[in-house]
Every structure is written in C-alpha cells, then in structure tokens.
Design a protein around this ligand. Structure first.
Ligand SMILES: [Zn+2]
Length: 150
C-alpha cells in the first residue's frame, strides 16, 4: 500500500497525528471560514498511534494561535506547513498558558454561564492537564475539560 503523502497539496496546512476519532472535533474548534477547502482523513493507519486522523487545509497557512486551540483535544498533533508541494515547516501543537473560549466552565454557578463573558482559563498543569477558571477559580482536569468543549 502506498503511503498517503502529507505534502500532496500545493500550499496550506496539514494537521497530522490527530488521535483517531477526534478529527471532526478539531475541525469544529478550528472554525475555519466556510469557503475553505478542507480534506479530512479518518482512521488512517499509523505506526505510532495505531490509527490517526489527518486534516488538510488548502491554501491557508494556519498561525500558531489557531493551531494551539486544538492542543487540548489533540496534544499529539503535528502541524506541517506546505508551500510549493513541500513541507517548509513542522510544528508541534502546544497548549497555551491561557485558554480563551473553546471550553465552558464546569461550575454551574460560574458567572460565565449567566453573563456575556468569554470563558477564560489559566493552564495550571499540562501533564496531567489542569485548568483553572479565571472567574470562579474552579479547577478542571482532562476528562472534565473534554466534556465541556464548546
Ligand atoms: Zn468558572
């Protein structure tokens, strides 16, 4: 079987090594413009992870901020920037120090559920993942975080 070529687009961004089954969620979080050309491959065979999902965004180079939004659900992802059919840059996804939007607070009494404020979390720990709400100081761990994705 021929291997799927990562660089098979002229220009754009390829997000590789997304845990299998999370590709569509990643796409949702990236919230790309409606007219974007996007290719999604799910359950692709991969030596390292068993199965993985891959997303290719044609014609658009995603910036670091955009890419880091997916770190919470796909920390193992790698980002390849493609120009003229070649990978010109390889990046690792990094969980930022602060998460704005993307997830909602697990505390039902938190002000973010009642007022027009964007949820904001401080990253207390990356491994294991631990976030602290900026408003009510509730701490959330990975499984809670994944259940509260917006
Ligand atoms: Zn809160």
């Amino acid at each position: 079987m021929k291997e799927l070529k990562v660089s098979a687009i002229n220009k754009g961004t390829v997000i590789d090594h997304i845990p299998a089954g999370r590709g569509l969620k990643v796409l949702e979080i990236l919230n790309l413009p409606k007219d974007s050309t996007i290719l999604v491959a799910v359950n692709v065979r991969s030596g390292k992870l068993g199965r993985k999902d891959i997303i290719k965004v044609e014609g658009k180079i995603l910036n670091e901020e955009e890419v880091n939004k997916i770190a919470l659900i796909a920390p193992s992802a790698t980002v390849n920037i493609i120009e003229n059919w070649e990978v010109v840059e390889k990046r690792k996804v990094e969980i930022p120090n602060e998460i704005i939007g993307i997830i909602k607070c697990a505390n039902p009494n938190c002000i973010t559920h009642y007022e027009e404020v964007t949820p904001k979390f401080k990253v207390v720990s990356r491994k294991p993942l631990k976030l602290k709400c900026h408003y009510c100081e509730r701490t959330m761990e990975e499984d809670t975080v994944l259940k509260h994705l917006l």
